[in-house]
Design a protein around this ligand. Structure first.
Ligand code: G3H
Ligand code: 13P
Ligand code: ZN
Length: 352
């Protein structure tokens, strides 16, 4: 199946009470993990690419990998989407063949956000084939690209205003809207369990019936992954000071923070939220597995030295495939888990 935009995805999601997972891609292992999960769950999905990912990987490499992924999985509907685009990058991606773009003017005053989003929509909608546009109104906590979001104490103040949302969508003619309902980007979201503003979702949906909403900052930061990283990271660093500090602190390197509970994501998916963005949890899955694989590798070190001394062939394995392989398996498991929560498993057949 060729790449699709998000229009039918969101129509089906609204009708069926599920949401499409949007997963960030930066390299081959992330892409393969994501696509293997989509194949396993027979789920449509959005591959999203940030400006940082474009810079890191070079878009031509990413696009080449995505084309192979499409050819390998012809039954899976896939959209290629720009995450948190600025004006220039959004225009470039529309012209480059992205099927969907986000223009993020949420840090600007509303009048400028409306004017710029409208221009992007005009360009995207005149494109053949039609490119869908996601806009953002309201502000999230955490870090988006290089912009630091609102502080935790201010989150409430920057929730999306339902009247503004109605006006924004009508004037810009955007295809979906990312709303601030108390979620936050990154691994360090909340100290205690957050209460998402589901009432805002209901109020916005009442003013914009049948219009798709998007939830950013939706990673759950599962504790077991933080613990896994903490237990391997220090050992791997080889840094004596860090090791001592870690021992004193009970190994805590990454603080125990809380993400968006998975039940909350499931609940949002049954409402007007049609797209749920997840990046941090994939990073946690990939990194913790790599650290574990290195740990397993290094625990062979003594045996390796001994074998070397005895003139035998060393079995210390520094082959990158030995740690990137488990990393992409962990990404696959994480994405499959999210697809189950979002209720999107088995929905690829709606696009046949
Ligand atoms: O919200 C931002 C996404 O997690 C992308 O992050 O800019 O580091 O690629 P990035
Ligand atoms: P997380 O940092 O919670 O994964 O959110 C990702 C995101 O919103 C990308 O746009
Ligand atoms: Zn985001």
């Amino acid at each position: 199946m060729p790449l699709v935009n998000t229009r039918k995805m969101f129509e089906e999601a609204l009708k069926g009470g599920f949401a499409i997972g949007a997963f960030n891609v930066n390299n081959m292992e992330l892409l393969q993990g994501i696509m293997w999960a989509a194949k396993d769950r027979q789920a449509p999905l959005i591959l999203q690419i940030s400006r940082g990912a474009r810079k890191y990987a070079n878009m031509r490499y990413l696009r080449g990998l995505i084309d192979v992924a499409l050819a390998e999985n012809p039954e899976i509907p896939v959209a290629i989407h720009l995450d948190h685009g600025d004006f220039e990058t959004a225009i470039a991606c529309i012209d480059e063949g992205f099927t969907s773009v986000m223009y993020d003017g949420s840090h600007d005053p509303i009048e400028k956000n409306i004017a710029d989003t409208k221009k992007i929509c005009e360009h995207a909608h005149a494109h053949d084939p039609y490119v869908t546009v996601e806009a953002e109104l309201g502000m999230l906590g955490g870090i988006e690209e290089d912009v630091v979001g609102v502080s935790h104490d201010d989150v409430e103040k920057f929730l999306t205003d339902p009247d503004d949302a109605e006006r924004f969508v009508k004037e810009t003619e955007c295809d979906s809207l990312a709303v601030a309902i108390g979620t936050s980007h990154g691994a360090y979201k909340f100290k205690t369990e957050p209460k998402l503003a589901f009432d805002r979702v209901e109020q916005i949906a009442a003013r914009l019936p049948g219009f798709p909403l998007v939830m950013h900052g939706s990673s759950s930061v599962p504790r077991e992954f933080i613990e896994k990283i903490n237990s391997y990271a220090v050992l791997e660093s080889g840094n004596k000071d860090m090791l001592e500090a870690a021992l004193k602190d009970g190994w805590a390197q990454m603080p125990n923070t809380m993400g968006v509970p998975e039940e909350a994501i499931g609940k949002a998916a049954k409402m007007a939220v049609c797209k749920v963005n997840i990046d941090t949890d994939l990073r946690l899955a990939l990194t913790s597995s790599i650290l574990k694989a290195w740990g397993d590798c290094n625990s062979n070190l003594l045996a390796w030295i001994k074998a070397g001394k005895e003139g035998k062939r060393p079995d210390f394995d520094f082959d990158p495939r030995k740690y990137l392989g488990p990393g992409r398996e962990a990404v696959k498991e994480m994405v499959a888990r999210k697809m189950d929560i979002l209720g999107v498993a088995g929905k690829a057949s709606l696009f046949a």
